[in-house]
Design a binder for this molecule. Structure first.
Ligand SMILES: Cc1cc2nc3c(=O)[nH]c(=O)nc-3n(C[C@H](O)[C@H](O)[C@H](O)COP(=O)(O)O)c2cc1C
Length: 355
């Protein structure tokens, strides 16, 4: 048996293999409500054999969306629309997770294919929020520095979104604290220049994330369903969030009941200098796993089944997470099993095509 197809238990949830679909915004929702596109898109990856699907960054509030077309989960209508999608994917044997997100100073932008740039007033731009009034880049709006009430609202919004995610049938929530969005902005000294208890020391910069986790746990997210957190392990900018801080953060998250750290990187600054190749973020995952003693997922340009299996057998990560390769090939897991010589269960409707 190859490790890629060995089941795993993460925070009490059993997953049939180690293949995780990375959260990917599809910019195809209306008023945050998912559409038939999502059934086809997520359903195809479930039919294709993905063990754990993490649904795209989903807004915890209207102002927390990256664009007007993002999925949302701040109300019951949105949760109800997710239900059949979640139910279908689960019927295929996939565990369903959802990424809960607030875009902070990178909110209020257009869909990529409409020009990835901040919305103009006449396009319905809204006031963006951040720990400090520092724009992401030239041409981006100056965010409002969040006051105490804004912070309280974000904590409540995440807890409410988690409640709705449970209603929709999700078994995992992943808190988006990566890629330069709101919670990453609080973590990073590049974007957080606050003088109050939410800025300065690492303890202060992690406070909002930990308050959110506490609110989710003491709210209606069931105790037997795990919480994951996606982080940018490094900012790739001098003076930014670094791996040492990530290890310290991972230890805090573990102590607060988080079951997995999804190890990504970058996004806080357009000045980031990244060297990108297959598996370029795996070193971060390995170090966090080893030093914080917590399960991790590794992501970034992973495409080959043999490499995916090696990531697991070498103890680098507990889950292999893929984005674009699964967009190109929704049946990647079925093909990978064949390539690695592992006999896995195929969807019964497709049995006559089994490799
Ligand atoms: C179309 C697209 C949308 C994405 N949306 C999200 C998102 O919603 N949340 C997130 O954390 N990362 C997002 N990402 C990043 C991916 O989750 C992943 O980390 C990245 O693509 C690297 O993995 P890959 O090389 O396997 O694609 C997105 C990537 C793509 C290509």
């Amino acid at each position: 048996m190859k490790m890629l197809f060995e089941p795993v238990d993460l925070g009490g949830i059993k997953i049939k293999n180690r293949i995780m679909m990375a959260p990917m915004c599809m910019y195809s929702a209306k008023d945050g409500v998912v559409s038939p596109f999502h059934m086809a898109h997520l359903g195809a990856r479930a039919v294709g054999g993905v063990g754990l699907i993490i649904v795209e960054a989903t807004g915890v509030s209207p102002e927390g969306r990256i664009s007007p077309y993002d999925a949302g989960i701040w109300n019951e209508k949105q949760a109800t629309a997710f239900k059949p999608v979640v139910e279908f994917c689960k019927s295929c044997g996939s565990v369903m997770g959802i990424q809960l997100a607030h875009a902070g100073r990178k909110a209020s932008t257009n869909a990529p294919w409409l020009g990835e740039r901040p919305l103009k007033q006449e396009e319905g731009a809204w006031q963006v929020l951040a720990p400090s009034a520092i724009p992401f880049d030239a041409g981006y709006p100056v965010p409002k520095e969040m006051d105490g009430d804004d912070i309280k609202k974000v904590v409540k919004d995440f807890a409410n979104a988690a409640k709705n995610a449970d209603l929709a049938g999700f078994d995992v929530i992943e808190i988006h604290a990566a890629h330069g969005y709101l919670l990453n902005e609080f973590l990073s000294p590049i974007s957080n220049k606050r003088k109050d208890k939410y800025g300065g020391s690492l303890e202060n910069r992690t406070r909002l994330l930990l308050e959110i986790i506490e609110a989710i746990k003491s709210g209606s997210w069931p105790k037997n369903k795990p919480i994951f957190v996606r982080i940018s392990a490094v900012d790739w900018v001098d003076g930014g969030f670094d791996l040492e801080s990530s290890v310290a953060l991972a230890k805090m998250l573990k102590n607060n009941g988080v079951s997995l750290i999804d190890c990504s990187s970058g996004g806080i600054s357009p000045a980031a200098k990244m060297n990108i190749y297959s598996g370029y973020q795996l070193g971060f995952a390995k170090e966090i796993k080893e030093k914080a003693g917590i399960a991790v997922s590794g992501v970034g340009l992973i495409t080959k089944p043999e490499f995916a299996d090696f990531i697991l057998s070498s103890g680098t990560a507990d889950m292999v997470e893929m984005g674009r390769e699964l967009l190109r090939n929704p049946y990647w897991p079925l093909n990978a099993a064949h390539k690695l010589g592992v006999d896995i269960e195929w969807p019964k409707q497709y049995l006559r095509a089994k490799l």
